[in-house]
Design a protein around this ligand. Structure first.
Ligand code: ZN
Length: 197
C-alpha cells in the first residue's frame, strides 16, 4: 500500500504591512510602519477614522483612511470604542487588510511582510499510484493574497533556502502543481520535510 501525505497550511500576516512611499520630510522613498493607533475626527454627525502610519526615519505621519465622512450611526458602537481605545487587535486587522492600502493608494512592501504558517490539516491517504509513495502534497492557502513568490513560500514552509528550492524544482525533487494568488500546491518527497517537524 502506498501513502500520500497531505498537508495544508494557511499563510497569515503576523504584523501590520509596511508601506513604501516618498517621504516629504526625508525627500526620498522610505518605509512607513503602523503606529497601531487610530485618529478619530468627528464633525457634526460625520466621522473620519484613520490608521496612523509613520516614516521609520523621521516619524513623519501618513494617515490611511478607514472611514471618510461616514455617518456616526453607520459605524458599529463597539468598533467605534475600539478606535478610541487604540485597540491593538483592530489595528492589526486593518494593518493587514489589502483593500485599505489599495483604497489609500499605499504600496505595500511584499518583501517585508512578516508571516506565520498555521498548519490546518494533515492526513495520510492510500493511493494506487506508486510514484506518489511517501510524497507530500502540500497546499499553502493565502487568503490575504500576499504577493510572495511561490519559491519563497515553499522555502519558508520547508525551512530551506530559496536556491535549494530552485534546484529541487529543476531536478524534479519538488513539483509545483498549482499556483494561484489565493493558494499554491506542490508535491515533494519526504526528504523535503526532513528539516521541519
Ligand atoms: Zn521621513
Amino acid at each position: 500500500m502506498s501513502y500520500l501525505r497531505k498537508i495544508e497550511y494557511e499563510m497569515i500576516p503576523s504584523d501590520s504591512f509596511s508601506v513604501i512611499r516618498g517621504c516629504a520630510k526625508c525627500g526620498r522613498k522610505t518605509h512607513f510602519t503602523s503606529t497601531e493607533k487610530f485618529r478619530v475626527n468627528a464633525n457634526g454627525n460625520q466621522l473620519d477614522v484613520w490608521l496612523i502610519y509613520q516614516c521609520e526615519e523621521c516619524k513623519h505621519t501618513l494617515n490611511l483612511a478607514i472611514y471618510e465622512r461616514q455617518k456616526v450611526s453607520s459605524i458599529p458602537k463597539e468598533e467605534y470604542q475600539r478606535f478610541l481605545d487604540n485597540d491593538k487587535e483592530l489595528a492589526l486587522k486593518y494593518g493587514t487588510e489589502m483593500q485599505l492600502f489599495q483604497k489609500n493608494k499605499a504600496e505595500v512592501d511584499a518583501e517585508r511582510v512578516s508571516i506565520a504558517f498555521v498548519k490546518k490539516y494533515e492526513a495520510g491517504e492510500s493511493v494506487e499510484n506508486d510514484s506518489l509513495k511517501n510524497k507530500f502534497m502540500t497546499t499553502i492557502h493565502n487568503p490575504f493574497k500576499l504577493k510572495i513568490r511561490a519559491e519563497k513560500q515553499i522555502a519558508m514552509v520547508l525551512g530551506l533556502s530559496r536556491s535549494q528550492v530552485k534546484s529541487m524544482l529543476e531536478t524534479g525533487g519538488l513539483e509545483l502543481i498549482e499556483q494561484l494568488p489565493q493558494k499554491i500546491s506542490f508535491l515533494v518527497g519526504d526528504g523535503g520535510f526532513s528539516q521541519t517537524d
